[in-house]
Design a protein around this ligand. Structure first.
Ligand code: BYC
Ligand code: FE
Ligand code: FE
Length: 479
C-alpha cells in the first residue's frame, strides 16, 4: 500500500495497515466509542452539531496533506498517521548512536518509553478540556473555527499516542489508554499529569497565550521525540509537528492582533488609556505573557535531571533538531553551566550535558519565543509607541526544578519572598486583570465581524475571505 495515502474506508482512518492486525484493530475500535463519549462530554461545549470548516489530513506528504471541508466535529475523521518509514534508519544520538533504529520496543526500556508516551498523550485531551467553554465567547467565526481546528487536532494527537500504547505496550498500554480518558484537567481528584494542563483557560487572551507558549512546548518536546531511536514514535511525532505549526500560528497571531488593536486605540500616545474604549492595555498583556511563559517553562522539567540523562543515554529522547543542530551526539564530554541557588546566593555550576538535556531543550524553546516577541514589538514600533514586550527571565515564577522554591524578579534576581509578594501584582495577571478581560469577552458570530478588543487577521484560512462563513450553525439552540 502507498504509505503516503490514508485509508478512509476504515472506521479508523490510518496509514499503518491496521486491517492486517485484527486484534489491534478490534482493541482500537473498542476504545473509539469511549473516545467519542469523552469528546461529547469534555470537548467543545455547545457546537457539536454545527458545520465547521476544518482541515483533515488526507496524506502524509509535506505538500498537499490537508483537505478543507465542512464537518460536524463528532464526525471528524480522527486517525492514525505516521510519516513513511525510512529504510535502514540509524539511531542518531545517545549510547546506541549509529546502530539500527528500533521498530519494536526494546524490552529493557519498556517502562520508561511508556511513561514518556503517556505524559505526551495526557497533554492532548487535557488542552481540549481546558478550552471547552471558549467557543461561547469567540471574538469571530474565524477565531471560533481556529479554536475547533486546534481542538480536533489535539484529539487526533491523543489517537496518535493511543495507537502506540495499544500496538506496542500490550495490556498495560490499553489500561493507560483508558486512564487518558479518565483524568481531567483541573480535577483535584484525578488531575492531568503536568501542571499547566490543570490551569483554567478562561478567556481568549489566555487561549492565545497558551497556543503561543504551551503548544510551543509541544513543538520542542515532539521535536525531541521525533529523534527517538524507537522509530514508530519518531514517525508519529513528525506528522504531529506538521499539524502543530497551525496551533502556534493561532497563538502568535492571536496575541499580535490584540496588540494591533490596542495600538490602534492608543493612536500614537504612550499614555493613552484604552480601558474606556474597551481595549486591552499593553501592561496587562505583558502580565499575561509573564504568566503563561513561566508556566510553560515548567514543562521542560528540572534543570538538572537524571531522568533526562537516562532518556538521552538510552536513545529514547534527543535534543531539538539533534542531527542538524548538534555535532557531538553522545554528549559525554561537554557540560552546561547552570545558575543554582546555594546558601541564599545564585552561583554557576557546571552540569554534565546529559543531565542538562531539559535545559538544552528549554534554551531552544526560549530562543523560539524571542522571535515572536520581535514580531509583537514591531507592531508597537509601527504604531509609534515606545512600550516594548519582554520575556521574563527563566527563573521567574517557577514551580518545577532548581528555582521552584525561590523567588526571582522578571529580571532573574533572587528576592525575599516578602518583597516578591509585594510586587507580584505588577508582574502577573491579577484577578482584576482577568475580570477585566472576562468583561470584554462576547460571542461574535456574524461572518466578517470581530469583537472590539481584537483586530481582524491579515488573511483568511485556506485562501478564503476573512468574512467566510467558517462555522455554519445548524439552527438549534446553542445554550
Ligand atoms: N508538572 O527530572 P524531572 C504538548 C515531574 S506539550 C508536573 O524534573 P523529567 C501540548 C516528572 O514527571 C508537550 N510534574 O523531569 C501542548 C518527574 O516525576 P516522577 C508534552 C512534572 O522527567 C499544548 C519529576 O517531576 N510532552 O504536546 O526529566 C496543547 C522530576 O522529574 C513537571 C512531553 O512532556 C511538570 N511541569 O522531564 C496540547 C514529553 N515537570 O518521575 C499538547 C514527554 C516534571 O518523579 N515528557 N515533572 O514521578 C517528558 O519528556 C518528561 O516527562 C518531562 C519532565 C519533560 C515532562
Ligand atoms: Fe498536540
Ligand atoms: Fe498543539
Amino acid at each position: 500500500m502507498d504509505i503516503s495515502n490514508i485509508d478512509y474506508s476504515e472506521r479508523i482512518p490510518n496509514n499503518v495497515d491496521l486491517r492486517s492486525d485484527r486484534r489491534l484493530q478490534r482493541a482500537l475500535e473498542r476504545w473509539q466509542p469511549n473516545y467519542l463519549d469523552w469528546w461529547r462530554s469534555m470537548g467543545p461545549e455547545g457546537f457539536q452539531e454545527d458545520h465547521v470548516y476544518l482541515r483533515t489530513a488526507i496524506s502524509v506528504d509535506a505538500k498537499g496533506w490537508a483537505h478543507f471541508d465542512y464537518v460536524k466535529m463528532p464526525d471528524y475523521r480522527w486517525g492514525i498517521f505516521l510519516t513513511p518509514s525510512e529504510n535502514d534508519r540509524k539511531i542518531a544520538f545517545g549510547d546506541h548512536l549509529g546502530r539500527d533504529a528500533w521498530d519494536q520496543v526494546p524490552g529493557e526500556y519498556r517502562n520508561l518509553l511508556r511513561r514518556i508516551i503517556v505524559t505526551q498523550a495526557d497533554t492532548e485531551p487535557a488542552s481540549v478540556e481546558q478550552q471547552r467553554l471558549l467557543g461561547q465567547t469567540a471574538p469571530s467565526l474565524y477565531d471560533l473555527r481556529n479554536l475547533f481546528q486546534v481542538n480536533v487536532e489535539e484529539g487526533r494527537h491523543l489517537w496518535a499516542m493511543v495507537y502506540l500504547l495499544h500496538r506496542y505496550f500490550g495490556r498495560e498500554g490499553r489500561e493507560e489508554a483508558e486512564e487518558l480518558l479518565e483524568r481531567q484537567a483541573g480535577n483535584p481528584d484525578k488531575p492531568r499529569i503536568l501542571n499547566v494542563f490543570n490551569e483554567p483557560i478562561e478567556d481568549w487572551l489566555s487561549f492565545f497565550c497558551f497556543a503561543m507558549f504551551t503548544d510551543r512546548d509541544g513543538k520542542f518536546q515532539l521535536g525531541a521525540l521525533a529523534e527517538s531511536g524507537f522509530s514508530p514514535l519518531a514517525r508519529t511525532t513528525r506528522f504531529m509537528l506538521t499539524e502543530e505549526a497551525h496551533h502556534l500560528f493561532v497563538g502568535q497571531t492571536g496575541v499580535e492582533r490584540v496588540i494591533r488593536r490596542t495600538a490602534e486605540m492608543m493612536n500614537g500616545d504612550d499614555d493613552a488609556n484604552v480601558r474606556p474604549l474597551g481595549g486591552i492595555p499593553l501592561d496587562l498583556i505583558q502580565r499575561y505573557i509573564n504568566r503563561w511563559f513561566s508556566l510553560s517553562l515548567d514543562l521542560f522539567g528540572s534543570e538538572v535531571s537524571s531522568n533526562a540523562a537516562t532518556f538521552f543515554a538510552q536513545s529514547l529522547k534527543g535534543r531539538f533538531d539533534e542531527t542538524r543542530r548538534h555535532e557531538d551526539h553522545r554528549a559525554l564530554d561537554e557540560g552546561l553551566i547552570i545558575p543554582v541557588v546555594r546558601g541564599g546566593k545564585l552561583i554557576n555550576e557546571e552540569v554534565p550535558l546529559r543531565k542538562a538535556m531539559n535545559e538544552s531543550l528549554r534554551d531552544s524553546y526560549i530562543a523560539d519565543c524571542e522571535k515572536a516577541l520581535v514580531r509583537w514589538n514591531r507592531e508597537l514600533k509601527k504604531a509609534k509607541l515606545t512600550y516594548r514586550f519582554t520575556l521574563p527571565n527563566r527563573r521567574f515564577h517557577r514551580h518545577q526544578g532548581e528555582y521552584a522554591d525561590h523567588f526571582f524578579s522578571p529580571e532573574g534576581d533572587l528576592m525575599d519572598e516578602m518583597d516578591w509578594r509585594a510586587r507580584e501584582d505588577e508582574w502577573l495577571a491579577t484577578s482584576d486583570d482577568r475580570a477585566y478581560v472576562a468583561s470584554l469577552m462576547e460571542c461574535v458570530i456574524e461572518p466578517g465581524r470581530f469583537a472590539n478588543w481584537i483586530a481582524p487577521p491579515k488573511r483568511g484560512i485556506n485562501n478564503q475571505a476573512i468574512d467566510h462563513a467558517y462555522v455554519k450553525f445548524s439552527g438549534h439552540d446553542r445554550k
